[in-house]
Ligand binder design. Structure first.
Ligand SMILES: Cc1cc2nc3c(=O)[nH]c(=O)nc-3n(C[C@H](O)[C@H](O)[C@H](O)COP(=O)(O)O)c2cc1C
Length: 215
């Protein structure tokens, strides 16, 4: 017995892609849709039930342009060079991802909504040990994924990006984000051009699965 319709649930889980070239840059996104999707993120799990998620939604055109500039500074020549290398080495899927990522970098300012997921880190020591990071990232990324799934279910798309984080401080100044709040990415959000998306090609499960013992 399944609790929810599995065909729909599995389609949502397997076709929520990083959308870049198919973001509709012309269609306005109502604030209410963003609020609805963010409302759902509040149900995501957090370590110690700390609920340290914070969200910064940016619709102001000047601020989006400034964020796009920071993003492109973060990109530098990385995407173009990696794309060329992937194509030379015959890694076609990777080549397409880098091309698509470069397209997003070029057009980020035109994407109608930027959403920056943040997490409160003011309780952490300066250089926390490795064991702390799963708890920190694990308390924001499930919420980010909930947001992306909620968007997809409503005909919108997004991509989790992290390349502006090299200029996190500048973005914090731009948006008035205080110390003790860590930015975890930037999600460009828009309606998608068409709503049909396919599951991505992935390696077989057994290539990555270890059951009871690693080897
Ligand atoms: C931690 C993380 C960081 C990412 N950073 C970027 C980024 O800075 N720019 C970008 O265009 N995509 C970024 N992506 C999206 C990945 O490129 C994308 O998820 C991957 O290519 C697989 O594509 P799919 O999500 O459509 O299956 C990031 C994804 C993750 C999980």
């Amino acid at each position: 017995m399944s609790v929810y319709d599995l065909a729909t649930t599995d389609a949502l889980l397997s076709t929520t892609r990083a959308v870049r070239k198919r973001l509709d840059l012309k269609k306005p996104v109502p604030d209410q849709v963003i609020r609805e999707c963010l409302e759902l993120t509040l149900q995501a799990p957090t370590g110690s039930n700390r609920q340290g998620w914070r969200w910064v939604v940016v619709t102001d055109a000047d601020k989006r342009a400034a964020l796009a500039d920071l993003y492109r500074k973060g990109v530098g020549s990385y995407l173009k060079e990696s794309g060329e290398q992937a194509k030379t080495e015959g890694r076609a899927q990777d080549g397409r991802v880098y091309d698509s990522a470069q397209y997003l970098a070029d057009h980020l300012q035109e994407v109608p909504v930027h959403v920056i997921p943040c997490i409160v880190v003011d309780h952490l020591p300066e250089n926390p040990p490795r064991r702390v990071w799963p708890g920190v990232m694990g308390s924001i990324m499930p919420a980010v994924w909930s947001f992306q799934l909620a968007l997809r279910a409503r005909g919108l798309g997004s991509a989790l990006t992290t390349l502006h984080l090299a200029y996190e401080k500048e973005a914090a100044e731009l948006l008035g984000i205080p110390d003790g709040i860590m930015q975890c990415g930037l999600l460009p959000v828009a309606y998608t051009i068409g709503t049909e998306f396919k599951p991505a090609k992935r390696p077989p499960l057994d290539d990555v699965l270890h059951w009871n013992q690693w080897s």
